[in-house]
Ligand binder design. Structure first.
Ligand code: UDX
Length: 435
């Protein structure tokens, strides 16, 4: 099948490479020549496990191409819109790029092509796109919605082996085309209206974000009643009605999707006069969770002015170099406002774009980062951080304060190494009771 994908961000690029690997003929278009040129040469602009080699393989096989423009006469059976939908100041998704791309496609696609949104778009966008294309005289095009659910770090696996596919359609031809496009993907498909498909995407992300904020609030209570949130999560997760995933307490959710999509869904509800109280609380809890270490550090060090704090982990989660809405940025911003001196370590991120300042270099040597530090905060649970030589870390630091913002370090061990230790509601089990 001839597939056109517009937008080579995480979603568009991974989708394009994966569809090519399944035998489709794929053209990925991005207006940004800075992105397209390296991609044409086989250089992947993002850090994603396995993507670079699969990309090169598909380029060599001639199934994947990159261009800056959609060709004038584009004989593609399906065109996927995968451009960014950033948050506007009010939290709503900005659809400028989506509509600009759809207009361009309306001028260039051959009759019967299916234009499908992959980007996360507000409910009702598919209908609006269809109206726009009809107004352009393109009653011969079909509009569909096929949202993606890939996670950074496991994007290829999530795309090739997803738990489900979602086809939002308004006609049988679109359903057929989406079926053929996904023929190589073994997963059950939910075939529904476009609005339902658009809502499935938001509701899924909002629900996962809710689980995270929920367990973070439980963690905060655990810390006050001397219970262990890690074991609470295990105990809860064993109930199949709850499920164990997305119950890791920590410094909250970040990344390119959850923060943006939760805010957008609050907005979508508001637009139809519905006050989504639960999701507003989820967003607020997440916000508070970001700066939890600040309160503990102030308790320990009193005045943070001039104190040296080492931030361990800058990516919003392990397995990616993405720093969008990373807890590290928010925490760093808050610490700098208190006059703290910061050093950063991350295994892959090399610069930390702290809000309100030029980006700060990130060290690739953790022991250098903690050298002479008054306190250290684990922000990202990279294996490289979990497995640090902690006795050496302790030796390097000036003062013993260590905050584990992802509950990945064993409290007893850290205390026995001489750290004054805190985390997000994970308690040390008395040694005598450990089995
Ligand atoms: C997410 C969705 O999972 C994916 O389906 C969607 O398409 C895009 O957004 P991603 O942002 O790559 O994917 O990361 P994910 O692994 O879902 O984690 C999101 C954030 O939640 C991270 O900051 C992570 O640290 C945090 N998180 C996740 C927790 O704090 N606790 C958890 O238990 C799980």
């Amino acid at each position: 099948m001839k597939v056109l994908i517009v937008g080579t961000g995480y979603v568009g690029l991974v989708t394009g490479v994966c569809f090519a690997s399944q035998g489709h003929e794929v053209l990925c278009v991005d207006a940004d020549s800075q992105k397209v040129r390296p991609l044409q040469a086989g250089d992947c602009p993002i850090y994603e496990d396995g993507l670079q080699s699969l990309l090169r393989e598909q380029l060599r096989a001639g199934r994947l191409r990159f261009a800056e423009d959609v060709p004038q006469t584009a004989a593609y059976e399906v065109a996927l819109i995968a451009v960014g939908t950033p948050s506007r100041a009010d939290g709503a998704a900005d659809l400028t790029n989506v509509f600009a791309v759809a207009k361009d496609l309306g001028q260039k696609l051959q009759p019967r092509a299916v234009v499908a949104t992959k980007s996360t778009v507000p409910v009702g966008t598919g209908d609006k796109l269809e109206r726009m294309l009809v107004d352009m005289g393109r009653t011969d095009l079909h509009v569909a919605s096929t949202p993606e659910f890939l996670r950074e770090g496991t994007a290829i696996k999530d795309t090739l082996y997803p738990p489900r596919l979602v086809f939002g359609i308004a006609d049988a031809h679109s359903a057929e085309v989406l079926k053929v496009l996904h023929a190589g993907v073994e997963a059950p498909a939910v075939v529904c209206s476009r609005a339902t498909a658009e809502m499935i995407k938001y509701a899924s992300n909002a629900f996962l974000a809710t689980k995270i904020s929920f367990i973070n609030e439980i963690a905060n209570i655990c810390a006050r009643v001397d219970a262990d949130v890690s074991q609470v999560a295990i105990g809860m997760g064993m109930d199949p009605r709850i499920g164990g995933s997305f119950l890791r307490a920590g410094l909250g959710y970040g990344g390119s999707c959850f923060p943006k999509d939760t805010r957008a869904l609050v907005n979508i509800a508001g637009d139809v006069d519905y006050d989504f109280k639960l999701l507003k609380a989820v967003v607020e809890v997440n916000q508070l969770q970001r700066t939890a270490p600040l309160r503990q550090l102030t308790d320990w060090l009193n005045d943070l002015s001039g104190k040296h704090i080492a931030i361990l982990g800058v990516a919003f989660k392990p397995g990616t170099d993405d720093t969008r809405e990373s807890a590290a940025l928010e925490l760093a911003h808050a610490l700098r406002e208190q006059g703290a001196r910061l050093t950063f370590y991350d295994p892959v991120v090399r610069r930390c774009p702290v809000h309100g300042s030029a980006s700060i270099p990130v060290l690739d040597d953790p022991y250098l980062a903690v050298g002479d530090a008054d306190a250290a905060v684990v922000v990202t649970e990279w294996p490289e951080i979990v497995d640090l030589d902690w006795p050496l870390v302790r030796q390097q630091m000036r003062q013993p304060f260590l905050y584990d913002g992802r509950n990945v370090l064993e409290p007893h061990t850290m205390q026995s190494l001489g750290f004054t230790f805190a985390n997000v509601g994970r308690r040390a089990m008395p040694a005598a009771l450990q089995v």
